[in-house]
Design a protein around this ligand. Structure first.
Ligand SMILES: NC(=O)c1ccc[n+]([C@@H]2O[C@H](COP(=O)([O-])OP(=O)(O)OC[C@H]3O[C@@H](n4cnc5c(N)ncnc54)[C@H](OP(=O)(O)O)[C@@H]3O)[C@@H](O)[C@H]2O)c1
Length: 339
């Protein structure tokens, strides 16, 4: 049995969803993969707890108090006011699960967390796209230099398999281009505008009330989130050395119900599409034929790979939510399967 000591850095929605799944899956992972995954530290903005952590107590602490340092006082679990970086530098572990908020301005705090993990010979598994969108090459190089793995399936398309799918399942096949819908919020908005013939601001307000859209929706609506994911696909799947600055971006603010109706009359829907083709990265609203595989509704994500020997291959899945944990788990398993 291989014991894997994991540090969770960022204990919000995804961190807690991971912990919840792990409480239910620990025996299954031991039995089927010979892996004993142990969370040895948890950090959020209140500080860090480390030692013999009971995940059920950690989850209860978050539910009741909202801060991990309010974990019950007990001898086997220590507390520190240090944040993620101190935890990575000072606590012994094999793998860092980096789950702090995505920041595409400078990638922080995730970027420093990941680099510190590599320096300390720890593998990194993450759902945080920010650092990858601005410093993919550097992160990959640092991981390689230190002989550790860097896995980020959850950072694009949540639970939808895309990175590992392209690199492993389609290994040996040349991917010529990738087109997809990589942002569930804008897909929900466009789907609803198409169905109910209502303007963007009304659907947006409703999406915010339902918790599908952020209070500041510009990241989604202006195509920046889609662009970040496109950069990760370009680097990871197509070996293109790109950053967010290389993406031509147009969001969906100009899309009106009238335009959608006109498109519908001609047999098309309007979708926010991200495309990597040759060295060109572009995000823009496009007309998609109603019967095309890219026409998925609601908050779903989709990616179509255009390949040399496999033809067109399409994957569809949940781009966000609790389901994202499946991608984190498969990344962890794949690290130890290879080794
Ligand atoms: N939510 C989804 O469905 C989804 C899907 C795919 C990918 N992602 C990505 O996954 C990541 C996590 O998402 P989320 O929804 O879980 O976000 P979240 O709920 O905002 O959680 C982020 C966590 O990071 C903590 N944090 C912030 N700065 C920190 C620091 N310096 N050291 C340690 N912890 C720190 C926050 O603490 P406080 O809360 O105390 O500030 C919080 O616990 C993001 O990068 C997101 O883009 C999310």
């Amino acid at each position: 049995m291989k014991e894997v000591k994991v540090q969770i850095i960022g204990f919000g929605f995804i961190g807690q969803s991971f912990a919840e799944v792990l409480t239910k899956r620990r025996e299954y992972l031991k039995r089927n993969y010979n892996l004993d995954i142990k969370v040895v530290s948890i950090s959020d903005i209140s500080g860090t707890i480390y030692g013999d952590i009971d995940l059920i107590k950690a989850l209860r602490t978050m539910k009741e108090k909202g801060r991990i340092v309010d974990y019950p006082n007990e001898a086997k679990v220590k507390k520190s006011s240090g944040l993620g970086i101190e935890a990575i530098e000072n606590i012994e572990a094999d793998l860092v699960l980096e789950l702090t908020p995505s920041n595409i301005r400078d990638g922080e705090p995730g970027l420093s967390h990941m680099l510190a993990a590599f320096r300390n010979s720890k593998h990194v598994v993450t759902s945080n796209k920010g650092p990858l969108a601005i410093a993919f090459k550097k992160l990959k190089e640092e991981a390689e230099k230190n002989g550790v793995e860097f896995k980020f399936e959850a950072s694009v398309g949540g639970a939808m398999p895309i990175i590992n799918f392209a690199k492993e399942t389609l290994a040996g096949t040349k991917i010529i281009s990738v087109q997809g819908i990589f942002n569930g919020t804008t897909n929900y908005i466009l789907t609803k505008m198409t169905r109910d013939n209502v303007p963007l601001d009304i659907v947006l307000k409703e999406a915010q009330e339902m918790g599908i859209a952020e209070r500041d929706p510009s990241y989604d609506i202006d195509g920046i989130d889609t662009a970040s994911k496109l950069v990760i696909i370009a680097n990871a799947v197509m070996d293109i050395d790109a950053t967010i600055k290389d993406v031509k971006i147009e969001g969906i603010r100009k899309i009106t119900p009238e335009l959608i109706t006109l498109a519908k009359e001609d047999g098309y829907v309007v979708k926010l599409i991200g495309e990597v083709c040759k060295n060109k990265l572009e995000v823009s609203p496009r007309l998609v034929p109603i019967s095309h595989p890219l026409n998925v509704g609601g908050t779903l994500n989709v990616a179509v790979f255009y390949t040399d020997i496999a033809g067109e291959v399409t994957v569809i899945g949940k781009g966000a939510g609790k389901e994202t944990v499946s991608a984190l788990l498969s990344d962890i398993i794949s690290i130890y399967r290879c080794r």
